[in-house]
Design a protein around this ligand. Sequence first.
Ligand SMILES: NC(=O)c1ccc[n+]([C@@H]2O[C@H](COP(=O)([O-])OP(=O)(O)OC[C@H]3O[C@@H](n4cnc5c(N)ncnc54)[C@H](OP(=O)(O)O)[C@@H]3O)[C@@H](O)[C@H]2O)c1
Length: 319
Amino acid sequence: MENSGCWCDGIHKFIFYIGLIILFRYFFRFVFCIQRYFFRKGHNVQERYGQGSWILVTGATDGTGKATAIYAAKEKGMNVVLVGRNKDRLLKAEKEVRTANSSIDTRIYEFDFNKSTEIKDFMKISEEFKDLDISIFFSNAGVMTTKCIRDLSLEEIKEMTETNIHGPSILTKIFTDRFAKRDKRSAIMIMGSVAGCTPLPNNSQYGATKAYLISFSKAVGYEISDKIDMIVSTPGFVKTKLNGYAENPLAVSPTHQAASLFKDLGFERQNMPIIGQEFANNLLGIVYSLSESLGLAILGKIMIQERKEIETYWEKQEK
Ligand SMILES: NC(=O)c1ccc[n+]([C@@H]2O[C@H](COP(=O)([O-])OP(=O)(O)OC[C@H]3O[C@@H](n4cnc5c(N)ncnc54)[C@H](OP(=O)(O)O)[C@@H]3O)[C@@H](O)[C@H]2O)c1
């Protein structure tokens, strides 16, 4: 009898200490989260990556790309290369960047990820700017067509694959090699999405492209961490044309998104723009871990609603 009492005591103590460790872990995670979202200032970009260096931004003609180009120029004093698929839109965005900070330099480059898919096309981007000290590459261009696989055309699947996976992978390799020759640290920022954190019915292709980017960024980031800071951003809703300027209460402005990315650069492997989106994503992760079917059903419904909202937005634009 005495022996069995000892045995039970041991089990109780074991459970107690494991519980305590889990509690401490969550407590420290919470404290760290508060520090990260409300008190962190971000690195001094000029000091860390080189005085007068450049950022190259893809998809710089609108949304988060344009906002990040403007933020980098205005708040970080960086020179900016804007990459986009439309010359007029590029010139317009370039003007906005120069208005934000007239003392920096800018260059533009026309490139369509859905049309230029050969390796030599990608090499040309870097070669065109071989005279510039580019220290940050921001792979931002992306497209989303919120449909289930039955409704998606083959062209839409190709476009999402070329723009969201093929381009970012090849350019990351090109810039990794280029950055290896720099004396200072460099950075690669990849635009993922919360859509890649869990399987996303009724937006499956887009979600899968972003899941690829999250996995790719974290693994590559580990491989090159001696010289390059790599971060993947996984926002939920940012108010841009991609999602018909979402009315979602957790949606942030593209400028807020840009600021949060710079704040986390060099500290984190993954970025979320606000604590509310981080909590919502964690909650969804818990639902998925309890019942994958329930998680799939909830997100499948949300995506049907999102598709309707985007279609309504574009119908209004066409009128
Ligand atoms: N908005 C959100 O809620 C949200 C959330 C998570 C992640 N993201 C990601 O954020 C990134 C930027 O999206 P956004 O929300 O800012 O949307 P956006 O306003 O539509 O901007 C997308 C940018 O990518 C460019 N682009 C699209 N296809 C291209 C192609 N084939 N070749 C070259 N450039 C191309 C667009 O050029 P044009 O100006 O010519 O259209 C535009 O500059 C995307 O990777 C998206 O997946 C967005």
